[in-house]
Design a protein around this ligand. Structure first.
Ligand SMILES: Cc1ncc(COP(=O)(O)O)c(C=O)c1O
Length: 391
């Protein structure tokens, strides 16, 4: 029994979750075979970024270089800005073929800051029904009208555009290039065509799961499809394949100036300290140099070749693959079996996902061995039969 004076609904909500088998808990023991984390290239897990950064930390001897190393001392607009951040942003913009880049403290902050500040009351946001919670939270904070369209369904999007375009000043179409939920990709070429056909429709693409995986030197899917300059804004996050933390919004100089002035999750927070900026800078260098990208591609191709024929797998060429299992009970059963073989994968239960679309999600990494992939697929293929949905 807690001694704290607190509202009763906290305990009630937790008890309800517990009863439904949905209580989230932080855990320290994770099984060893990793098909769960987002560190697709092993930059963090293999210590690759750490090794690269150690040199920088050791040579940061002068007081000037040590300044703001562990603490930015304030928001970018107050005391937290520096030449290091400005230069890193210029390098990010150049790498991603944009006019400008603006670093945010996380992908969550970037999406919330962008979606809540750019679309206005007289604008419309049309978003894929599967977009990430950070985009949804940003939309909730916006004064713009918003509707979701069916996942990856161009007809559903076009229908909404035709119905509503005349009533709004601008339309913002928001997608992920690679969906966190199933690892499938957006029909980006068609989306670009739709947005380019009207002067007031703008495309926003979250590349969180595409950076490091697709494109020249891991630049992302927009790069692979040569549409970088056709997107109004692109979001690159650094907590996944880049193995560190933070994010950047890449777009025009005007967009950057606007966000600096109006994006509250940029303005009202302490900036990232220099060690985080150094990590981002070095992660980009590592991304260019590393052969982990090739290892990842080999593993993705192998995983795909083996899982392609299995039932209930969503088609994906990315590092994220999912198997739809049909119920929370089935998801929990598979999770237990995976744990029994020391395999860590993520299960997604309802109501986080729609009832009936419960999934098990597998993240493929450069460091997964062929044996690990075989062990995983041998196990899950037992569930990928007609019997599955009846568990
Ligand atoms: C598509 C997508 N966008 C944004 C984010 C948030 O990024 P971050 O973890 O850097 O806050 C995530 C993280 O899960 C994501 O999957």
């Amino acid at each position: 029994m807690s001694l704290y004076h607190q509202p009763t609904h906290l305990l009630k909500a937790l008890a309800e979750r517990q009863q439904n088998g949905l209580l989230r808990k932080l855990s320290l023991s994770t099984p060893e075979i990793d098909f769960c984390c987002n560190d697709y290239l092993g930059f963090s897990k293999l210590g690759l970024l750490e090794t690269k950064l150690q040199t920088t930390v050791n040579i940061a001897k002068s007081l000037e270089e040590k300044r703001n190393f562990f603490g930015a001392t304030g928001s970018r607009l107050i005391s937290g800005n520096s030449q290091l951040i400005d230069e890193t942003e210029k390098q990010i913009a150049m790498f991603h073929h944009g006019e400008s880049a603006l670093i945010f403290n996380s992908g969550y902050d970037a999406n919330v800051g962008l979606m809540s500040s750019v679309p206005q009351k007289t604008d419309l946001i049309l978003y894929d029904e599967y977009v990430h919670a950070s985009i949804l939270d940003g939309i909730r904070l916006s004064y713009a009208t918003h509707y979701k369209f069916k996942h990856n369904d161009i007809e559903s999007l076009e229908e909404l555009i035709h119905r509503h375009q005349k009533n709004f000043d601008n339309i913002f179409v928001v997608v992920e290039s690679v969906y966190a939920l199933d690892g499938d990709s957006s029909p980006l070429i068609e989306l670009v065509d739709i947005c380019q056909a009207s002067k007031n429709i703008f495309l926003i693409v979250d590349e969180a799961h595409a950076i490091g995986v697709f494109g020249k030197q891991g630049r992302g899917l927009c790069n692979a499809l040569s549409i970088e300059k056709k997107c109004f804004a692109r979001i690159y996050t650094y907590g996944k394949a880049m193995g560190c933390h933070g994010a950047a919004i890449v777009g025009s100089e005007i967009l950057r100036d606007y966000l600096i002035n109006f994006s509250r999750s940029f303005i009202y927070t302490t900036a990232l300290p220099h060690y985080s900026i150094e990590a981002i800078k070095h992660a980009y260098q590592l991304l260019i140099e590393t052969d982990e990208k090739d290892k990842l591609q080999t593993n993705i191709a192998y995983f795909y070749s083996r899982s392609n024929s299995l039932r209930n797998f969503v088609k994906s060429q990315s590092a994220v693959h999912t198997m739809h299992v049909g119920s929370n009970d089935a998801a929990l059963k598979i999770e237990k079996e995976l744990k029994g073989q020391n395999i860590h994968a993520r299960i997604m239960k309802s109501p986080v996902v729609k009832p009936g679309t419960e999934r098990v999600r597998f993240s493929i990494h450069s460091f997964n061995t062929r044996n690990e992939i075989d062990q995983l697929l041998d196990l899950v293929s037992k569930f990928s039969t007609g019997k599955l949905l009846a568990i």
